[in-house]
Design a protein around this ligand. Sequence first.
Ligand code: MEV
Length: 442
Amino acid sequence: MSASISGFSKLSKSKKIDWIVDTYFSNTEDAKRILKQYWNSNDKLQQLHDEFVENTITNYYLPLGVAPNFLINGKLYTIPMAIEESSVVAAASKSAKFWMDRGGFKAHVISTTKIGQVHFMYQGNPETLKNYFKHIKSQLIEAAKPITKNMEKRGGGIVDVELRDKTQDITGYYQLHAQFETQDAMGANFINSCLEQFAKTFKDEALNFDAFTAEESDIQIVMSILSNYVPDCLVRAEVSCKVEDLTDDKTISAEEFASKFIQAVNIAEVEPFRAVTHNKGIMNGIDAVVLATGNDFRAVEAGVHAYASRNGRYSSLSHAKIEHGIFTFWMEIPLALGTIGGLTGLHPLVKLSLELLHNPTAKELMQIVAVAGLAQNFAALRSLTTTGIQQGHMKMHLMNILNQFEATEAEKTTLVEYFKTQVVTHSAVVEAIHQLRIKNEK
Ligand code: MEV
């Protein structure tokens, strides 16, 4: 039976758990045991996690894996990845090793501008509004100085603010469209604070602008918020090699592989159903590093997919070509990331992950994350166009199935060995466990 409750957030953690288990679980002791077994025995560490969000009742673990051998712009990295999908870290590692032997990944940041908007309603003369904006623009920036002072010391700040007329879309709708540079911070709080200050100055000072009628001076602010669409916060990642060096697989020639690979990319460029899955594979790599480094993967996801449809049709983020016997595979994607602020200084595993990456600047992290995405995409397309994806996936999934059946270490060793030469399917693994257990009983 479900129930509603008021004042839940005021209850202690153990009272919250009591209410949840009593309300929703038949075996209350078992539910409590499961929740509590994920508590950290270090009280301070547990309190840190409890306070990240409201109403924490336990911790939700994800594996933190690492993919070594990433050669990026001539520097070697071991990349931390927080992800539950069994084949992702293995695929990244394989791809990293493959490209390490072929000159590694090249990456560079194209731009770093972030966007925020004040959305407002104004029903008066558009020309008078334009004049008001011209008059008030420097004051908007000046009034935000207490917020921008520190960011300016670090080389960031407000890049520009413009007035945008959106009345073609909604009657009376205008924006203050602002560009920001936030250096090593993701900058969400900085941008939102600037925008809220813009909105206040813009509304308050309208009352003192003589050219407005009384009605015109009553500007209605709807909201002030950053945009997670950051097409001018762009990074490029690339790999290339001679076509003849493109495969270490004996079952397919380098030329045939290159041609099939490019066909697969071309299909994702023109076919949205495929493009979504293709890009999902890229995000397997991207999200895992974004999460490990304490960044906002929802923001990244939203921005990347919007970028993938910037030309009016959802399309592949990556591209491939052969020119003068050289195979090139590349991708340009928007990534708003930070290496200071937010979780980066708080979560011990995030700090550790950043240290593992040589404490990168935000620009360096953009390059690393883009490379992880490209590597993942390469691994997926390589499997898809040669062996098929299931071979690798099911090999990795084998361990999940064995764990589900609570296989002992000895059983795991035997069955992993057995499935080196057998096709892994769920039923084949179940059958093999069954047979092994019968044999062991005899
Ligand atoms: C699975 O998580 C990702 C893939 O589907 C990506 C792709 O199809 O390119 C394998």
